[in-house]
Design a protein around this ligand. Structure first.
Ligand code: AMP
Ligand code: TRP
Length: 329
């Protein structure tokens, strides 16, 4: 059994991009592997968060994990800040990470560009992410394409630690979907679909009402011409919509092309909206039920307890190897 770990930030509504790029793989992997899925609240506060909204979003994202099909009897679901060792190992890893490595991170460059003042937490964020992964000795990390660079740094830090202090950490591998690793914006296929985009028409939130989803898809930008053809270089908008279609309908790109041969974009978009709604609507029904019962609190408590056992063991081993005095003598 492999160890699998991933996290999603509670920094706004989860989107169809999160679902296709990451959560669908969480759900798949839980059946065969030992899984740890976190709501990474310590990462979310690297940009300012309103306290009430952070609390609500953290609970909402955790409930969406379960509503989307993560079974708490199979996978450990927890909140990052409930397992203290993450922050501790994150700090230790900042001391192994070079400024140059952090300066090269595109997520940092994107999030800091044009800002007069940028928090130091945003800069050292990848060291905390490395701690999240290595503290469980994860083998596989299911993420979207945008996290590949952070994973590379995580692997470098694991090697560096092992070399300096002796073999300790497993070197993790990214686990990235072939289609849908980067779901793009509905208004512009050169930008990633993102919950932080101020144009709400650019993303589909997992909690958008069905009619809003239908409207957003009918308004999604299309390429010139009318052919439903997968060609990301020349038809980026339609290719993006086809990737979403493929995931939501469980059809291959070839099957989709064949189905809409000669029909133009209209029928394709109409059916796409219904496939997306068919995936999202049952998630929303379960979500509302989970929020109503409050069961998420117990799930998170148990998840954090199990995760802490492993995380505490790793941090003790790391501190011993780095030369910290043992408080128990
Ligand atoms: P975040 O919302 O930034 O915490 O991302 C959580 C997970 O969803 C990460 O694994 C991301 O790579 C993935 N993800 C976020 N947006 C997208 C997207 N537009 N397409 C594919 N994966 C995504
Ligand atoms: N950095 C990730 C993102 O922005 C979130 C994250 C934090 C994560 N820790 C992680 C993902 C550990 C995978 C594993 O999406």
């Amino acid at each position: 059994m492999k160890k699998v770990l991933s996290g999603i930030q509670p920094s706004g509504q989860l989107t169809l991009g999160n679902y296709i790029g990451a959560m669908q793989n969480f759900i798949k992997l839980q059946h065969t592997e030992e899984c740890y899925f976190m709501v990474v609240d310590l990462h979310a506060v690297t940009v300012p968060q309103e306290p009430g909204a952070l609390r609500e979003q953290t609970e909402s994202v955790a409930a969406l994990f379960i509503a989307a099909g993560i079974d708490p009897a199979k996978a450990n679901v927890f909140v990052q800040s409930h397992v203290r060792a993450h922050a501790e190992l994150g700090w230790l890893f900042t001391t192994l990470t070079n400024m140059g490595e952090l300066e090269r991170m595109t997520q940092f460059k994107d999030k800091s560009s044009g800002k007069d003042s940028v928090g130091a937490g945003l800069f050292v964020y990848p060291a905390l992410m490395a701690a999240d992964i290595l503290i469980y000795n994860a083998d596989l990390v299911p993420v979207g394409d945008d996290q590949k660079q952070h994973l590379e740094l995580t692997r470098d830090l694991a090697h560096r630690f092992n070399q300096r202090f002796g073999s300790t950490f497993t070197i993790p591998e990214p686990f990235i979907p072939k289609v849908g690793a980067r779901v793009m914006s509905l208004d512009n296929a050169s930008k990633k679909m993102s919950k932080s985009n101020p144009n709400v028409g650019s993303f589909i939130a997992l909690l958008d009402p069905p009619d809003v989803i239908r409207k957003k898809i009918s308004r999604a930008t299309t390429d010139s011409g009318r052919e439903v053809k997968y060609d990301p270089a020349n038809k980026p908008e339609i290719s993006n919509l086809m990737g979403i279609y493929s995931h939501c309908a469980g059809m291959s790109l070839d099957e989709i092309e064949a189905k809409y041969d000669g029909q133009g974009y209209g029928p394709f978009k109409k059916d796409l909206a219904e496939h997306v709604v068919a995936v999202i609507e049952p998630i929303q029904t379960r979500y509302n039920e989970i929020r109503r019962t409050g069961e998420i609190h117990d799930i998170l408590k148990q998840g954090a307890e199990r995760a802490s056992l492993i995380a505490e063991k790793t941090i003790a081993e790391v501190k011993e190897k780095m030369g910290f005095l043992n408080p128990r003598g």
